[in-house]
Design a protein around this ligand. Sequence first.
Ligand code: FNR
Length: 351
Amino acid sequence: MTLRALHDAAREALDPAHYDYVAGGAGEERVLAGNERAFDRYALLPRVLRGAEDRDTAADLPGARRAAPVVVAPTAFHRLMHPDGERATARAAAAEGAVLITGTAATTAVADVVAAARETAPDPAVWFQLYLHPRPAVTEALVRRAEKAGCTALVVTVDSPVFGRHTRDLRNGFTDLPPGYAAENMRDLPGAPPGALTDIPMSASPTWRDFGELARMTSLPVLVKGVLHPADARLAVEHGAAGVVVSNHGGRQSDAVPAAVDCLPAVVRAVAGRVPVLLDGGVRRGSDVAVALALGAAAVGVGRPVVWGLAAEGEAGVRSVLATLRDEYDHTLALCGGRRNADLTEDMVVT
Ligand code: FNR
C-alpha cells in the first residue's frame, strides 16, 4: 500500500466539503502543489558496501527520546473526519512510537488525547500546538492545560498572524463546525466561541518577546513551527526555542512562499546544531523522509496523510500511514547504505 491509496479511500469516505477543508490550501494552491513537487527534484545518491544491517531509525527529539523520525503534524478537527477522532490518532501514534502534535483546534480536549495515548503505550509523547493568543492569560491557560494533561513539549505556530484564505472553503461556504463539534481546548476560556473554523483566536501582532515570555512561563521545551527564513531560525534559538519546525503550514497560509523542503538547508545552517530542526509539508513517501533527514532535519511531520488514514480506516488507517512511512524510510536507508539517520548526509542529496 502507498499513502496515495489511502487518500483515495478517504476521499470516498468524507463529506466533500470536509475533504476539501483538508485537501485544500490557500489562494491558487501553488504552495500546496509545490511542497509535494519539490521532493521530485531531489534524488538520493547511495553509498555502498558500508553494511546496512541492524538499522536503528530512532530520533531524539525535545520531550521525546528515541521517537520515530516521522511526527504527526497538528491538524484540526479529527472528529469531523472519523467518529473516533483524535483519540484514534493518539492511540495509533502511541502504538507506532511517533510523536503526536495535538492542537488547540482539536475536537477532543488535550487531557483526553493524552489519556487515549496512554491506553496504548506507557510513555507516549504528545506535544501541544498553540498560537500566541491576543490575551496572554488565555495563552497561559492553554499552556497549563497541556502541562496538566501530561504533554512533553509545546509547539507555537508563528506563520498565522492572519488566517489563510482557503479558496475551497470559501467556495463551499464551510465556515462553521457542524453542531456537536467544537475546538474543545478553547472551552470555558475567554475569546471566540469554539465553533467557527476561523475563530481560534490568534494574536495579529505576535512578537519574539511574546514567544520568549511563553518559553519562560513553562518548563516544557517549546518549539517554533512555521519558520522559513534562516534569520528567524536564529532568532528562535536566541529566544529559547527547543526546536524549529520548517513549515509553510502545508500551503494553507501564504500562497507565495517557497516549498518547505527548499527552505530546509539554509535553516539547518543557521541553527548550526544548537536545537533540532523538523520539516513538514509534502512528505508522502519514505524517500521524502530520507531526503529531509539527509538535508539536516531531525524528523519530519506529516499532516494530510494522517487525516486520510483516519478518515479511511480510523486508528488502523493512521497506524498504516505511520507504519508505511517507517518501513519505506527504513528500506530507503538500507538502499543508501545507512544504518542510522545520521548516515544520511547532505552530499548524498542531488537535485
Ligand atoms: C493543518 N495545519 C495546522 N498547523 C497548525 O499549526 N495548527 C493547526 O491547527 C493546523 N491545522 C491544520 C488542518 C488541516 C486540515 C491541515 C491539512 C493542516 C498544518 C499542519 O500542521 C502541517 O504544517 C501541514 O499539514 C504539513 O503539510 P502536509 O503534510 O499536509 O503536506
